[in-house]
Design a protein around this ligand. Structure first.
Ligand code: SF4
Length: 347
């Protein structure tokens, strides 16, 4: 099942997983990543046309990842018996045991591959920007562009580079695919001198740098730009070390617990509470669906430091202006053991 004849979208959607559903759902909820929301009615019509399903509800809330399926609400409030989640691979169960509770609603993941391409010129510029010492280079991307990495590898080889396309981990990771909170695929490349990241924005290349501390050159297929993100990422890294040092003497910790099904991490919470207790410090567990800067400021006078166990990108991307240090789990482990090295990201 492809989307042929259902509209000219910048992504190739593969609806073949819908064939595995095996029942006629009474209520279907369709979840789309931000880049596909503008095509939501077209996509819903396509699903209806292909499957014959009638009661399709579009999920309007943001869907930044498969960690955030709103499973309990869709089940209890809407009585949905199927979630069609477009554009992400399943969230790894190793990161959250509650991500897919099982039973109803069932979840089907529909791949959405970007139709962009990479030019020879972009590959040549990436090879030029890489440090002269970089001979062996790891290739990474997000789920939308990961299928383009083999073509990029061939182009880079013409510039004398040895490329490593790290293997995937089905069904969670395609070869070379990283998540904002998981760079194990990149690390599986083994010893490399640098990484090339294929994709847009600063979010993933920043995470790649923090997780590997290697040079990261970004090839952006949207803007056709190529740049070394390392200096900007290095600046963020230095801020993170300062935040860790601010929490060295914290006596009262606020431990943020995630309420989204893929962001509740009981083992990690136990690990951090144990470290806090071993340090002779105190803590409170504070549950949030999504914690904001204002909400943290409202309670900040009671704490010396916070650690966010839900989405480890929140401390870096959303909460870094809080007056109290707000750390990722890895950074909290550093602070609680009183050391700045090695930098642990994200867990
Ligand atoms: S980075 Fe945050 S939002 Fe993205 S997949 Fe991970 S937990 Fe979810």
């Amino acid at each position: 099942m492809a989307l042929e004849g259902c509209g000219d979208l910048p992504y190739q959607l593969d609806f073949s997983p819908l064939e595995q559903v095996g029942f006629t759902p009474s209520t279907v909820v369709v979840q789309l990543p931000p880049g596909l929301k503008q095509y939501s009615t077209t996509i819903a019509e396509c699903i209806s046309k292909i499957t014959g399903w009638k009661n399709i509800i579009l999920h309007g809330d943001p869907s930044y990842g498969a960690c955030d399926l709103s499973y309990p609400e869709l089940s209890t409030v809407l009585g949905a018996d199927l979630i069609v989640h477009v554009g992400h691979t399943p969230y790894p169960k190793s990161l959250s045991p509650t991500v897919e509770p099982g039973g109803r609603p069932r979840i089907v993941y529909v791949p959405a591959k970007s139709k962009t391409s990479i030019s020879e010129d972009a590959a040549a510029r990436a090879a030029e920007i890489l440090s002269p010492n970089a001979r062996r280079v790891g290739l990474t991307s997000t789920v939308q562009h990961a299928h383009l990495l083999p073509a990029l590898a061939s182009m880079l080889m013409n510039h004398g580079l040895e490329t490593v396309l790290p293997r995937g981990r089905p069904p969670y990771f395609l070869p070379g695919q990283v998540l904002g909170c998981d760079y194990t695929t990149a690390l599986a490349a083994g010893p490399v001198d640098a990484y090339i990241f294929l994709g847009g924005g600063f979010f993933h290349p920043l995470g790649l740098y923090l997780a590997t501390r290697k040079q990261v050159v970004q090839v952006d297929p949207y803007s056709s730009t190529v740049r070394d993100v390392t200096p900007d990422a290095e600046r963020v890294y230095k801020v993170r070390l300062y935040k860790v040092s601010q929490a060295f003497d914290a006596r009262v910790w606020g431990i943020i617990v995630g309420l989204k099904t893929g962001q509740y991490r009981p083992m990690l919470i136990r690990r951090i509470t144990r470290l806090v207790e071993e340090k002779g410090a105190k803590y409170s567990l504070i549950a949030f669906e999504r914690v904001t800067l204002q909400e943290l400021r409202d309670i900040a006078t009671q704490y010396d430091a916070f650690v966010v166990t839900s989405c480890p990108r929140l401390p870096i991307d959303d909460l870094s202006h809080c007056e109290k240090p707000v750390l990722t789990p890895g950074e909290a482990r550093m602070a609680l053991s009183g050391r700045l090295e090695p930098y642990l990201f994200p867990w």
